[in-house]
Design a protein around this ligand. Structure first.
Ligand code: PLP
Length: 401
């Protein structure tokens, strides 16, 4: 039985890509965009762009109103208590760097930061560099045999010296939900701050940051069917005052003279310079679109498609799936075949997948692999996309035999 995505037509690029002979299976890297977002961008740019929070004129007022309405939509999407807890950045990477610089004052030499062995470089390197700057210890929580952060090891490693825990919600390589509630509880019991990298998790289902109980939750708009150049930080009320101002310039300042300045509180105090206004407005429109979908139908579709992807790969000799992927993405290697060679042949057949270390070099090294192929799904994919993938994979493997 074919599995059809009822939302495919809402994403004009999917059709365009198909006309170019491309099957897009790289949504974990970035997603295609819904028409609702394109309409919002057109509307904003065609009706008068203006800077936000500074102009008295009418276009400025309209832009500011739309910008702040988007902040409320993001807050609602995450079930934050207050839209003032939502800070816009230029991506998940810049959000995590903002945290690693803004929280620097919380640490003293010898304190520990705990991250996991599967982190994306964006949630490893800012903490690694902070640890080097402040003479802190970076503690790496190991994984269990299923590719999940090992809770027994975590409970031994998260201790009184742990000042901060920063972990992914959903692995961009292993496609598994991490045991966040238990991990966050371990950190909270030690009075440590908690940062959740939701870059992959935010895309699947709805997540309630208050129920999760993390101090900071971070994601990128472009992976959630929104525009690029925009990231989000949710900051809990208790943690927010611990965040020092990091980037300085226009808009974040309250008063300034040549020798001294005072800065605004969050969120504007952390949004120095002109923000990505169109992207913020576009993300609001994207969330309206996503909110209008039948969430259960989306979850069912994603689950069924994932099952077919996983089964199809597992049925093929020599294919070894990494970890125990639960949803939306599967990474694999083929015995005796270099991932770059296979990626090349798939690319030649119009299959757009990702190959390499997936910005998680330490994890791939730990798995003893130079790289892997990752197939990732969006809500617009359907079973025909998978059939094209499997057919291209079989042809490639025949050639490489
Ligand atoms: N964290 C995870 C788990 C990711 O998968 C990514 C991107 O692939 C990032 C962080 C960084 O996101 P961005 O490149 O949008 O800043």
């Amino acid at each position: 039985m074919p599995l059809i995505s009822p939302w495919r037509a809402d994403f004009p690029a999917i059709d365009a890509l198909q006309r170019q002979g491309q099957t897009y299976l790289d949504s974990a890297a970035t997603t295609q965009k819904p028409q609702a977002l394109l309409d919002a961008l057109m509307h904003y740019y065609c009706n008068g762009a203006a800077n936000v929070h500074r102009a008295q004129h009418l276009p400025g007022a309209h832009a500011t109103q739309a910008f702040e309405a988007s902040r409320s939509k993001v807050s609602h999407w995450l079930n934050a208590a207050d839209s003032g807890q939502i800070i816009f950045t230029h991506g998940a990477t810049s959000a995590l760097n903002l945290l690693a610089y803004g929280l620097e004052g919380v640490f003293s030499a010898g304190d520990e930061i705990a991250i996991s062995a599967l982190e994306h470089h964006a949630n490893l390197l800012p903490w690694q560099q902070l640890a080097q700057r402040r003479n802190l210890k970076l503690v790496i929580l190991p994984l269990d045999a299923h590719g999940l952060i090992d809770l027994d090891a975590a409970s031994a490693l998260i201790g009184p010296n742990t000042r901060l825990l920063a972990v992914s919600q959903f692995s961009n390589v292993l496609g598994a939900w991490q045991p966040l509630p238990r991990l966050l509880a371990l950190a909270r019991a030690q009075g440590a701050l908690t940062v959740v990298d939701g870059a992959q998790g935010v895309v699947h289902g709805r997540h309630d940051v208050q129920a999760l109980g993390c101090d900071f939750y971070v994601f990128s708009s472009h992976k959630l069917y929104g525009p690029e150049g925009l990231g989000v930080i949710y900051a809990g009320n208790e943690a927010l005052p611990k965040l020092a101002h990091w980037q300085f310039g226009g808009e974040m300042v309250l008063t300034a003279d040549y020798r001294h300045a005072e800065f605004r509180a969050a969120p504007l105090g952390f949004e120095a310079g002109t923000p990505p206004i169109a992207s913020v407005i576009g993300l609001g429109a994207t969330l309206d679109y996503l909110d209008s979908l039948d969430q259960r139908a989306v979850a069912d579709h994603e689950a069924q498609l994932h099952k077919r992807l996983l089964e199809g790969l597992q049925q093929r000799d020599r294919v070894r799936v990494l970890g125990a992927p639960e949803l939306a993405l599967v990474s694999f290697v083929v015995e005796g075949v270099h991932n770059a060679d296979l990626a090349h042949l798939l690319t030649e057949q119009g299959i757009a997948v990702r190959a390499g270390h997936h910005c998680a070099m330490p994890l791939l090294k730990h798995l003893g692999l130079p790289g892997a192929i990752r197939v990732s799904l969006g809500l617009y994919n359907d079973s025909d996309d998978l059939l094209r993938l499997f057919s291209a994979l079989d042809q490639s493997l025949e050639l490489l035999a």
